[in-house]
Design a protein around this ligand. Structure first.
Ligand code: ZN
Length: 465
């Protein structure tokens, strides 16, 4: 994710005042092991999802969604009942488990859970398939920081971004970044509208009367918050990067001209990060630039970074770098957001340096020159304090400064191989900040704990390190 600089600088504080408090969860069927301290109502224990098959029909004219979600999972304990994260704004009409009708309620104690009771308990270790049929008008949610995510209606479709809690606004899921799965999407929209999801298009667009069906396959593990089905009028360009990676680039005609120059750099950016970090983790790269000004940020949807307006070069490179750091190597808990955002922002500085623009050290110097009470330094990147501050500018800029300071401390000959080793060791996995700091110390063969304490955890402006 990357928000506008204006918001980070405090101009958007009116939004922050709307921040809601987080209510602890109490459901007995959901062991505390699954609880995220920032979003305790997210995610469910007791099963591990392998695949989501999402069949959706959306009419931007009526805003009505009709859908069927087929969820293949393995029980990690005996399940008499289980939860799926799902907002009540969509009404469930029928649920089956392995083909048998199941009882269900959308009135669970979490407020936005679908609680399913199969006809017979699912045994530990069994793979089972849950099919949920539902319909309604999806609605975005307001996050603790005042921004919106989930299914955001646009003039001609929907802009779908799920970080950190928007996925259950449009499909029932285990909404924790730790339960990655593969996806197939089958999305039907009126002729003239394009439906864009993660992964690659499968076969041709199916024409039936005034409707078109787009099939997308996302074959690598993906966290729920990175799933998208974005719809609208789009101009599409496809091709292959010089390095051999497929790309899919779509723009709303309103912003095609304003996005053209920066989007031309997507293939080169992708290939550059392959050289810097290691093999591209997914089947394709790309970008989708929509006209959704009320969103106020861009998001690194897997294989399809999504921009609410024509982005600048720093933002495009930031979102593409997330394919490595964020999407492939994903945070385990939301308080570890630095492992996503600090790395993506530092990568954007590296692209700038690589192309002969401002160097990463120049970015560091510019931010370091700010006063000690600047937004750049607070809160500390690895301890933002709560969900209302997890996307604060300091997580990004002081977060990227941390990596640049580490680069200077270790030297390029150690620092970049260390980053590549970190990526290689955790491809498609989940990580925490302490796991990274321990990894860096071990790789460098020196104790870096004081350095990381200063840069990642201590309040205020770092002075000595
Ligand atoms: Zn980001």
């Amino acid at each position: 994710m990357r928000a506008s600089m204006l918001r980070w600088a405090g101009v958007g504080l009116g939004l922050v005042a709307l921040a809601s408090s987080v209510t602890p969860a109490t459901a007995a069927t959901t062991p505390s092991a699954a609880r995220d301290p920032y979003f305790p109502r997210q995610g469910n224990a007791g099963y591990d999802v392998a695949h989501y098959g999402l069949t959706l029909r959306y009419d931007p004219g009526t805003r009505h969604l009709t859908a069927r979600a087929a969820i293949t999972a393995t029980a990690t304990t005996r399940l008499r009942a289980f939860h799926l994260d799902f907002r009540r704004t969509l009404r469930v009409s029928r649920v089956t488990v392995d083909g048998h009708g199941a009882t269900f309620t959308q009135r669970g104690t979490h407020g936005h859970d679908l609680v399913v009771t199969p006809a017979a308990p699912v045994r530990k270790g069994d793979r089972f398939r849950t099919v949920v049929r539902y319909a309604g008008r999806p609605q975005a949610v307001t996050d603790p920081d005042g921004s919106i995510d989930g299914w955001v209606e646009t003039e001609d479709g929907a802009f779908v971004v799920g970080e950190p809690q928007g996925a259950p606004t449009w499909f029932p899921c285990n909404d924790t970044p730790r339960d990655k799965a593969r996806y197939d999407f089958r999305v039907t929209v009126p002729a003239g509208i394009t439906a864009i999801a993660n992964g690659e298009l499968v076969g041709r667009i199916i024409r039936h009367g005034d409707w078109r069906t787009f099939r997308w396959h996302s074959g690598k593990p993906m966290a729920t918050y990175l799933a998208t089905v974005t719809t609208g009028v789009f101009r599409v360009r496809t091709g292959t990067t010089p390095g051999g990676i497929l790309y899919y680039i779509a723009t709303d005609p309103k912003v095609t001209a304003a996005s053209r120059d920066v989007l031309r750099k997507v293939p080169a950016m992708t290939d550059y990060f392959v050289g810097l970090f290691g093999p591209y983790p997914f089947g394709s790269t790309g970008a989708v630039v929509d006209h959704a000004p009320k969103v106020g940020y861009a998001l690194e949807n897997q294989t399809k970074p999504l921009f609410d307006s024509p982005p600048d070069e720093l933002t495009v490179s930031h979102e593409l770098a997330h394919m490595w750091f964020g999407d492939s190597v994903t945070l385990k808990r939301w308080r570890d957001i630095w492992v996503n955002e600090g790395f993506a922002e530092f990568s954007a500085w590296m692209w700038s340096e690589h192309t002969g623009q401002k160097s990463a050290q120049a970015y560091f110097d510019r931010y370091y020159a700010k006063k000690a009470d600047s937004w750049v330094f607070s809160p500390p990147p690895a301890d933002p304090g709560g969900p209302a501050d997890m996307f604060d500018g300091s997580v990004y800029e002081r977060g990227a400064m941390t990596l640049q300071a580490l680069r200077v401390k270790l030297g390029d000959d150690t620092f970049f191989p260390m980053l590549r080793a970190w990526y290689a060791a955790h491809t498609y996995g989940n990580v925490t900040v302490p796991e990274f700091t321990a990894f860096a110390s071990a790789y460098a063969g020196r104790d870096l704990s004081a350095f990381f304490q200063t840069w990642l955890y201590d309040a205020g402006k770092p002075t000595t390190w």
